[in-house]
Design a protein around this ligand. Structure first.
Ligand code: FE2
Ligand code: FE2
Length: 185
């Protein structure tokens, strides 16, 4: 599927497509790929980013929380909400390579890189704030987490194909997500 074929409105396609075509977005994906060339466990590649975006959006729709999200931030509507959810998914692990290089927290690194990237691709300060905060929250649950942070965290786990993974016996994720792995999104 090419970047221009996301179902939905023009605005979604335009801004999400700008992220996908951004030179530094491509560069960060490449950095993740080079650091993970021999990784046995799940990789932090474009397919993972897209899977998380899609699953987060589906979960919000199914729970009826997309409208809650729209009202919470006075967004213009469902299209704007979807665009923000997709931006969060597509960017949430963009700084994973920094964790390999500097042992830094990749959620914080990804949030920082996402802020720069979203500023270049036409998102508003409010939208950037919503996305970067959710990315910063995606690794663990927190009493003060935002709605999008909660869904990003859930999608990160539910999108992993644990049941077909040859490395699952050694993976701490599989033990955590065993009961959830039967869902398919
Ligand atoms: Fe992550
Ligand atoms: Fe992830």
């Amino acid at each position: 599927m090419g970047p221009g074929t996301f179902a939905g409105g023009e605005r979604l396609v335009q801004r999400v497509e700008r992220i996908l075509k951004d030179r530094w977005y491509q560069e960060y994906l490449l950095r993740n790929a080079t650091r993970e060339a021999k990784r046995r466990f799940c990789r932090h590649n474009f397919q993972h980013m897209l899977d998380v975006a899609r699953v987060a959006y589906i979960l919000m729709l199914e729970a009826g929380d997309l409208q809650v999200f729209v009202r919470q931030y006075s967004l213009s509507g469902r299209e704007a909400a979807r665009e923000i959810v997709y931006a969060a998914g597509l960017l949430h692990d963009i700084g994973r390579w920094e964790e390999y290089d500097h042992q830094s927290d990749h959620a914080a690194a990804s949030a920082r890189l996402a802020k720069e990237l979203m500023s270049r691709t036409g998102f508003t300060p409010l939208e950037i704030e919503i996305v970067t905060r959710a990315i910063g929250e995606h690794r663990r649950r927190d009493a003060h987490e935002t709605l999008l942070g909660r869904y990003l965290h859930a999608a990160d786990r539910l999108s992993r194909p644990c049941l077909s993974c040859p490395a699952r016996a050694d993976c701490h994720w599989f033990a955590d997500s065993r009961r959830q792995a039967y869902f398919t999104y």
